[in-house]
Design a protein around this ligand. Structure first.
Ligand code: FES
Length: 164
């Protein structure tokens, strides 16, 4: 290979390598180095530490409801635009939800735009388009409650904890 051909080859190689490098940098920039999303499965403490009734867990924006040995978890995130809903006294103690009578001790109210939810999470007023989700809760190996916000459960779900 003479000098002229060698230099032309070198120049073309440099251009190709430059484009390849830029292409790699472009696609690498689409993949974040760290994931800032909070974990979807987490521990929220021991069942015995939850009092009877409803408890707001601010760190995870959810409610833990305890009735004796039964536990369930309701999201506190409004289904309209994501504000945190508050527990408020019920407007009616007995309501009909899907044809069934439901006795409620509290309701949820969103302070942002006024969405209202019955005590088991069904939306009945304001702009919220759907009920508050219920999340799967289980007892982990260390005895703590483990919530899995990746898994929504039916409003009939109950976790029974025998050894409190
Ligand atoms: S965010 Fe709750 S009503 Fe809009």
């Amino acid at each position: 290979m003479d000098r002229r051909k060698f230099l032309a080859y070198l120049g073309r190689s440099a251009v190709v390598l430059t484009f390849l490098g830029q292409g790699f940098a472009y696609f690498r920039a689409l993949v974040p180095n760290t994931l800032y999303e909070p974990p979807k499965k987490f521990r929220i403490g021991y069942p015995k530490d939850y009092p009877e009734g409803i408890t707001f867990v601010a760190k995870h924006r959810l409610f833990v409801v305890r009735e004796g040995k039964s536990f369930w978890v309701i999201s506190a995130i409004c289904q309209h635009l994501g504000c945190t809903v508050n527990i408020v006294p019920p407007k009616q103690e007995v309501v009909k939800i899907k044809g069934q009578e439901y006795h409620q001790k509290w309701e949820f109210f969103c302070p942002c735009h006024g969405s209202m939810y019955y005590g088991e999470g069904t939306n009945y007023g304001g702009p919220a388009p759907r009920p508050l989700p219920w999340y799967k809760v289980d007892v982990g190996p260390d005895g703590q409650l483990v919530v899995d916000t990746n898994t929504e459960v039916d409003h009939k779900f109950r976790l029974i904890v025998e050894n409190l």
